[in-house]
Design a protein around this ligand. Structure first.
Ligand code: HAM
Length: 415
């Protein structure tokens, strides 16, 4: 039997209904902050990600689904969407429209990681990017937007970690210092960190390997290397967050796994997720457009929420309004005429916004069984007698109580 590929999964009803509610809530929050949807392709030229995200990152060096197309071009299933959004911004000359461009997206991403709870090879992100300005006001806006979105989904117990990874000037000095310090301890580091100490020393900072910790703990703090511009930017972001009542913890080790970040980086963590506890990651990327070959600068900041993880947190919090929606009415007709009468009533109810399932004509007992399995709140029992009298049996499936109703009374009787 053919099964879903390792690291992918089917989202089935009724859980898919909760996914829809989370997406509808996210769209509503985006609308309230004036963000508009962008839909980019699911595959792009490989160079977009290798240049944008960085050759030395885990994503590009190990995790991309890349294939040769028949015309010889190299294509990759998108492992993330920020590079694609910036490509689209440049390609469509969105810089020529005045003002900050506020874009959001929802959709699947692909990374060939080792699957575990909260980590998949096809996973879903809800994200946004504010492009065209380097003001810290936008860093605060983006973080406020994540907090609002999580809050609207009933998640009130996440932790926000923030940091600054500086600009190329200050980070260059910091990385040089890290390289030098780490080179003195190479044999003591884990195999992964030995490689990163040479190729991407910043990533050693967020190593989870216990062997690396004694060395990592003694490494210098990036904040001691920030120049005045970086320091001012970070201080302003912190001030804006405090002003909006958003609690945060500064974590100088938060460097994140993508190379495009400058200045602010942040993550939201959530306790219900286990080892994969980052529900959202984001940051500023002022040089990304230029690294993709653009002459037009497109400074920006954005975030991506892991939707699979957000759903785990929603399941844990059980907020009101996020239960799977139940069926309003199950129509149980006992004859062909009853079926036609039921189908006509269903048409009117659906137009009025009710959810209705009409069963094919059948035996009374079997229909009642189907009705109670359907999860409907009410069943409408129709036989030839009911058609003749114009009064139908409306059964409340939770209480078992049954009352006669006319077709006109039906809509008002469903609560
Ligand atoms: P990221 O940290 O790589 O950032 O991913 C963001 C979030 O996606 C993570 O915090 C996590 O919740 C979720 N995620 C990542 N990988 C997986 C996986 N294999 N399975 C399940 N969930 C996963 C980015 O993708 C950046 N584009 C964020 C950004 C937007 N930065 C600026 N703008």
């Amino acid at each position: 039997m053919i099964k879903a590929v390792k690291g992918t999964r089917d989202i089935l009803p009724p859980v898919s209904g909760v996914w829809n509610q989370v997406e509808a809530t996210a769209r509503e929050v985006f609308r309230s902050f004036n963000y508009h949807e962008i839909r980019t392709p699911i595959f792009e030229e490989t160079a977009l990600f290798s240049r944008g995200v960085g050759e030395e990152t885990d994503i590009v060096s190990k995790e991309m689904y890349t294939f040769d197309d028949k015309d010889g071009s190299k294509l990759t299933l998108r492992p993330e969407n920020t590079a694609s959004v910036i490509r689209a911004y440049i390609e469509h000359r969105m810089d020529q429209i005045q003002g900050t461009k506020r874009l959001y997206y929802l959709g699947p991403m692909f990374r060939r990681e080792r699957p575990q709870k909260g980590r998949y090879r096809q996973f879903f992100q809800i994200g946004a990017e504010a492009i065209g300005h380097d003001s810290p006001v936008l860093d605060a806006e983006i973080i406020e937007l994540v907090a609002a979105l999580l809050g609207s989904c009933g998640i009130h117990d996440s932790r926000l970690l923030i940091n600054s990874v500086g600009d190329p000037e200050s980070r260059g000095r910091y990385v040089a210092e890290l390289k030098e310090r780490l080179s003195a301890h190479l044999p003591e580091l884990s195999v992964d960190s030995q490689r990163r100490a040479v190729t991407n020393p910043l990533r050693v900072l967020d190593s989870k390997d216990a062997q690396d910790q004694p060395i990592v703990e003694k490494l210098p703090n990036i904040h001691d290397f920030l120049n005045d511009t970086c320091r001012d930017h970070f201080a302003a972001v912190c001030r804006y967050l405090t002003d909006r009542g958003i609690a945060y913890e500064v974590n100088p080790r938060l460097v994140r796994g993508l190379d495009y970040y400058t200045h602010t980086t942040f993550e939201f963590l959530h306790g219900a997720l286990g080892a994969q506890n980052a529900i959202c990651g984001g940051g500023r990327y002022n040089g990304l457009a230029e690294s993709l070959g653009s002459k037009v600068p497109a400074p920006g900041i954005g975030f991506s929420i892991g939707q699979d993880r957000l759903l785990m947190a929603v399941e844990d919090a059980k907020p009101d309004g996020f239960e799977p929606k139940s069926l309003d009415l199950f129509v149980a007709p006992m004859t062909e005429d009853a079926f036609n009468a039921g189908a006509r009533m269903a048409k009117g109810l659906r137009l009025a916004g009710r959810s209705v399932e009409v069963a094919p004509a059948g035996k009374f007992k079997k229909l009642l069984e189907l009705a109670s399995k359907s999860g409907a709140r009410f069943a409408l029992l129709i036989g030839d007698d009911e058609i003749a009298s114009g009064r139908f049996g409306l059964k409340n499936l939770a209480t078992g109580e049954q009352v006669p109703v006319t077709a006109v009374e039906l809509a008002g009787s469903l609560g």
